[in-house]
Design a protein around this ligand. Structure first.
Ligand code: CUA
Length: 351
């Protein structure tokens, strides 16, 4: 894949990810196609309106209907549209499917801040990523719909309560860009005394410190693309909770979540139908099931966050082939936080 590295132009921000080149190519193709067609069509219209206008010695006569012409300009755009659909769909798929070796970062959005949780369990309110490494964001919202948007990376995706959405990117050079919320998510435009919707900070690097925003417009963060060494240093600086906790003979947050999940596995009664050692009971064993391609009555699916969530809340939606759909729903009996913990536990049950 080529690695676009173009600076900002009049129309578009700088290119900072592997997909930026393709996205921009399609954007400019549609843009210039529109410009050329506009000039040709409006130009011809103005020109003919002028030379065939009614004037002394010349009567304006309507030309009537021309079937060949009508058919031609109906069919011709179909080819252009088919081409645009093809390019657009291809780009959509490239953007949708993260490479298998992507580093996973959990994103929690809420009114009005972003939280990023790294593979080592450390978290920050700014996103740090290594350059030349695919990064997959698995995003959830604690309240309303938000939208994660980084212009220079050319990625944007809604963050929706009650489900997980994800996107991925690979940064092509070190640098930084803004993270915006691109979905109106409430808040005041002004305080009662006309004050700004946030407490502005003097630090230009951090105009909207986390927890200070009081509205959608200030739900801002930054992404820092760093060299692998700088990124490793950053990870240490947010604390490697696993190391810290282990030295205090406690468990790190990732392990705590999975330990909580293990408790839920018993207390919610999952244990009655699902084993964790690979043997079969009423339902599939949880061992080694994470990220597996399973065949179900609705086709092949990947066991990911959304499938596990759906299977707990709506067990009959996609039943693994060879099993009877007897599981009751847990809707209303399990919270979003508990779902996260059950998922953490299932993830920990490797083959
Ligand atoms: Cu969150 Cu707008």
């Amino acid at each position: 894949m080529n690695e676009p590295n173009a600076p900002a132009t009049f129309q578009l921000p700088e290119q900072m990810s592997t997909v930026a080149g393709d996205v921009d190519w399609l954007y400019y193709f549609i843009y210039w196609l529109s410009v050329v067609l506009f000039v040709l069509i409006v130009g011809a219209m103005v020109y003919w309106a002028y030379i065939y206008r009614e004037r002394p010695g010349h009567k304006a006569v309507p030309t009537g209907h021309n079937l060949t012409l009508e058919v031609a300009w109906t069919i011709a755009p179909l080819f252009v549209l088919a081409f645009l659909f093809h390019k657009g769909f291809q780009g959509y798929l490239d953007l949708s499917v993260a490479p298998a070796n992507a580093m996973e970062v959990r994103v929690n959005a809420k009114q009005w801040s972003w939280e990023f949780i790294y593979p080592n369990g450390g978290s920050s309110d700014k996103l740090h990523v290594p350059v030349h490494k695919p990064v997959k964001l698995v995003m959830a919202s604690g309240d309303v719909i938000h939208s994660f948007f980084v212009p220079a990376l050319r990625v944007k995706r809604d963050v929706v309560p009650g489900m997980y959405t994800s996107l991925w990117f690979e940064a092509t050079h070190t640098g930084k860009d803004d993270i915006f919320c691109a979905e109106y998510c409430g808040g005041r435009s002004q305080g009662p005394n006309g004050e700004l919707p946030y407490n502005p900070s003097d630090n230009p690097e951090d105009p909207f410190p986390a927890g200070q925003a009081t509205g959608h417009w200030a739900m801002h963060s930054r992404v820092y693309v760093e060299s692998q060494e700088d990124f490793d240093k950053f990870l240490k600086s947010v604390g490697d909770p696993c190391e810290q906790y282990l030295s205090a003979s406690q468990k790190c947050p990732a392990q705590v979540a999975s330990a909580q999940g293990e408790k839920l596995y018993t207390s919610k009664g999952c244990v009655a139908c699902h084993t964790t050692n690979g043997t079969r009971l009423v339902g599939p064993s949880w061992k080694g099931i994470w990220n597996k391609d399973e065949s179900t009555d609705k086709g092949t699916i990947k066991v990911d966050e959304n499938y596990v969530r759906e299977s707990i809340l709506d067990p009959q939606a996609k039943v693994v082939t060879g099993y009877t759909p007897t599981m009751p729903t847990f809707r209303g009996q399990i919270s979003d936080a508990e779902l996260d913990e059950v998922i953490a536990y299932i993830r920990s049950l490797k083959d």
